[in-house]
Design a protein around this ligand. Structure first.
Ligand code: NAI
Length: 326
């Protein structure tokens, strides 16, 4: 199988190159991300492999179909970046539904601890021998209420971590699961009662801007908000308004509505065109990271393994257990 691998970073090759060879796949690593301008590069390949900030819209699906590309291998769990309906009957979509939920949950807790206890600021200060504690006061998490939205794989891993901090954990999910150490409540209650809110649901038409002006109005003053799921879950303008009104104790964002084309690249020499992102960066209690919740050795290895197993199954007519369907 010939695979065009879009958006390649050096760390992708660590696992994909040797494992791909073991399978006998011919993987062509392309640095450019997959978009309208680069889709022509898929010509002559059996499959393309894409990541979260690549996208494939209906027009691109048609182009792939004409080029006789048989599959889109998503090396991610989320698939909101592909027009799934347009792909129906034309091209097979395969994803990595689970690799290391703990990697994302642990990173969510890292963001929470950082924006609460301000270790990122302390690090900068002490390196300049500024040993003052002014402005670095945080809050105990012990016995506070944490609200988890989405109790799938990552949400459940997060609930275990939050329980380890002896927090009271409440949660919301239209499909509750049994046996978790958290109490299901409706969304309004979750917004009203939580001292910490962590988002772990997928982005779809029902969850877009689940954090908006009215949900922010319902939240406690001083609440901590963590988003490691998808940027579109938060209405960024409403968030900025809430920040300016002093609503939030801290906000940790690993994802951002308009991250495509910005995240995963070194933009340090450029002027930021996105005013909302630039504004967020000026707020002292916001920490933005570049969609890296998944970024552990264990997760990267598992992503490569499942992506290539998906390709192998397709090539050999085996059951496609990780197929995405409308
Ligand atoms: P999952 O599919 O196991 O769980 C998602 C849960 O969200 C399901 O239980 C579902 O019922 C629930 N849900 C759906 N609609 C909801 C709503 N309206 N309100 C509350 N819950 C709702 O997915 P998993 O593996 O836990 O991943 C969650 C999300 O994390 C992914 O969709 C992806 O966007 C994000 N993610 C982020 C990564 C990062 O590096 N920052 C890496 C991997 C995933």
């Amino acid at each position: 199988m010939k695979i065009a691998f879009y958006g390649t970073k050096p760390y992708d090759k660590i696992w994909f190159e040797p494992m791909g060879k073991e399978y006998g796949f011919d993987i062509h690593f392309i640095e450019a991300s997959c978009n309208q301008e680069t889709i022509f590069m898929a010509k002559g390949y059996d499959a393309i492999c894409i990541f979260v900030n690549d996208y494939v819209n209906a027009e691109m699906i048609d182009a792939l179909y004409e080029m006789k590309v048989k599959a889109i291998l998503l090396r991610s769990a989320g698939y909101n970046n592909v027009d799934v309906k347009a792909a129906e009957d034309k091209i097979v979509l395969l994803r990595v539904p689970s690799y290391s939920p703990e990697s994302v949950a642990e990173f969510s807790m890292a963001l929470l601890l950082t924006v609460n206890r301000l270790t990122h600021k302390a690090y900068n200060r002490t390196r300049e021998f500024n040993m003052s504690l002014n402005g670095l006061m945080g809050a105990d998490l012990f016995e506070k209420t944490a609200g988890v939205i989405g109790t799938g794989k990552i949400g459940q891993a997060m609930i275990k971590i939050l329980n380890g901090f002896q927090m009271r954990v409440i949660c919301h999910d239209p499909f509750p699961v049994e046996g978790i150490e958290a109490e299901y409540v409706d969304l309004e209650e979750l917004f009203e009662q939580s001292d910490v809110i962590s988002l772990h649901c997928p982005l779809n038409s029902g969850t877009k801007h689940i954090v908006n002006r009215s949900s922010i109005a319902a939240m406690k003053k001083g609440v901590y908000l963590i988003n490691t799921s998808r940027g579109g879950l938060i209405d960024t303008e409403a968030l900025i308004e809430g920040m300016l009104e002093g609503k939030f104790g801290g906000v940790g964002l690993d994802v951002y509505e308009e991250e495509e084309g910005v995240f995963y690249e070194d933009r340090s020499g450029e002027i930021i065109a996105d005013e909302n992102l630039a504004r967020l960066m000026t707020l002292p209690n916001v920490l933005v990271t570049s969609h890296m919740g998944f970024f552990t050795r264990e997760a990267m290895c598992a992503i490569a393994k499942t992506t290539l197993e998906n390709a192998y199954a397709l090539e050999n007519g085996l059951p496609l257990v990780n197929q995405v369907m409308k």
